[in-house]
Ligand binder design. Sequence first.
Ligand code: ATP
Ligand code: CA
Ligand code: CA
Length: 444
Amino acid sequence: YVIPGQRVVEGHQNYIMAYNMITGIRVAVSRCSWLPSPVKEEDFSNVTKLIFDMEGNSLTPGTKYEFKFKDYAPEVFRRLRTKFGIDQADYLLSLTEKVSLNELGSPGKSGSFFYYSRDYKFIIKTIHHSEHRQLRKVLKQYYEYVEKNPNTFISQFYGLHRLKMYTRKGIIKVHFIVMNNLFPPHRAMNLTYDLKGSTHGRRTDIEKAKAAGKTSIIAKDLNFLELKDKISLGPIKKKPIIEQIAKDVKLLQQLNIMDYSLLIGVHDLRKSQEEDPDNLMANFDPPPTRPPQPLSPPAELETEIPEPAQGNQNPSNPTSNPTQNTTPTPTFKQPHPQPTQQVQSQPTNQTTTSTNPCFIEPDGGIRATDANNEDQPLVYYMGIIDSLTNYSTFKRCETLLRCLKDKRETISAIPAFDYGERFYKFMDKIIVSKTKEELDQTKY
Ligand code: ATP
Ligand code: CA
Ligand code: CA
C-alpha cells in the first residue's frame, strides 16, 4: 500500500511543526470534559491556552520542544465531533498514536499545508489568519446549522487550533483546522474534480500532469465540461442531494463566504474489478492521492507523544489516557481482506456522518443511479471544501482588478450571493443521470 504524501520524519523541515501540532491536540482534546451538558454561550468564545516546555507543568507534560498552543472553543468542537460520529478515543488515536502524518505539501495556491492522519481519516490544514477569524465568527451559526442538517456537504470541522513556536526565523504562529477526509482509506478515486461553477482558469492540464508523473490529478470545471461528464444520479437520489446543496449554499451566502468548491471523487467499480477480477482486495485500492514517493523513504516517524501529566485531570474522564485499553485503529497499511460484494454493504472505518441512509452509502459514498433509479457501477464521494473565505476587502480588490479584463460571470471572485447562485445552478445542471451508452463511453 502506497502512502500518499511524504512522511513527516525527524529532520524534515516541518517535523517540529507537525510534532507540536499533534502534541497540542492530544493534550487539549484529552482535557475536554466528557459530560453531555448542553452547550453554553461562552463555549463559543472560550479559548484554552497551553504552554509546553521541557519541564512540563500542572497542565502539560514535558516536551521535546517549547511551544504555545491554543485550543479554540474546545467544548463546541467536542460536541461537533460527537454529532459527526467521531469517537473521542479514536480521534486521539488517529491523530496521535505513533505519529505518522503525511504531508501533501500545498495542492492549492493558497500556501496551506495539508497533513493526513495516520489512518487517513482526518486532514489537518493550515489556514490563513483571516480564515481562522472567519470560522470563529461563524462558529455558532455553523454549529446550529449542523444540528439541523446532519447531512450537510460542508466540511466537518473537528478542531480549530493555533501553534506559536520559536524558529530560527523568529516566532511563528500557525493556525490550523482538523477536518474530515472526504475520501475513504481503502478506495482509489479514478478521477477527482474540484468544481466551482466558474470557468476562468478552471482547467488542469491533465496530459501534462500525467506526463510529469503526477498521480493525484485534480480536474476542474473546464475539464468536466470538455469531457462531457455528468454526475449520474437518478431522480430519487438527486432530490435530497440537490436540496441539501441548496441549503448549504444558502448558509454560505448568509455567512458571506465564497470561493468554495464541490470536491467529487469518482470510484469506478468496473475498473477495480477489471484490473484484477479475482482479487478480493479490489476495493481496497491505495488511497486516491499518491504524489511521487521520496527516492529513499526515510524511516517512519514513530514518536511516542508524551502522555498528558497525570493527577491534574478529571479522574472520571475516560479519554485522559486514550492509549490504555484501546485497540489501535487499523491503518490502511493493514487492511482486512473482505469479499468484494460485502464491501458494498459494510461500513468501513471512514468517518461518515450521514444519518440518512436513503442517499449516502455506509462509507460516505453515493452510488450512481440511472433515470430509473437503478444502480450504476460508479461511487461518488463529495463535499463542499475550502469554505472559510470571506468576501473580504482582498476579494473586493480582486473582483475590481479582474473585472477590468474578464467577463464577470466567468471569474471566481464575485460576491458571496452571486457566487452561491452560480455554484448551485452549475451543480443542478451537471447532476443528471447517465444513459447506458453514456456510461459505457465514460472512461475514468
Ligand atoms: P486554494 O485556495 O488555492 O483553492 P487551498 O489551499 O485553500 O487552495 P483547498 O481548496 O482547501 O486548498 O484544497 C486543495 C485540494 O486539497 C482540493 O482540491 C482537494 O484535492 C484536497 N482537499 C482539500 N480538502 C479536502 C478534504 N476534506 N478531503 C479530501 N481532499 C481534500
Ligand atoms: Ca480551493
Ligand atoms: Ca482557499
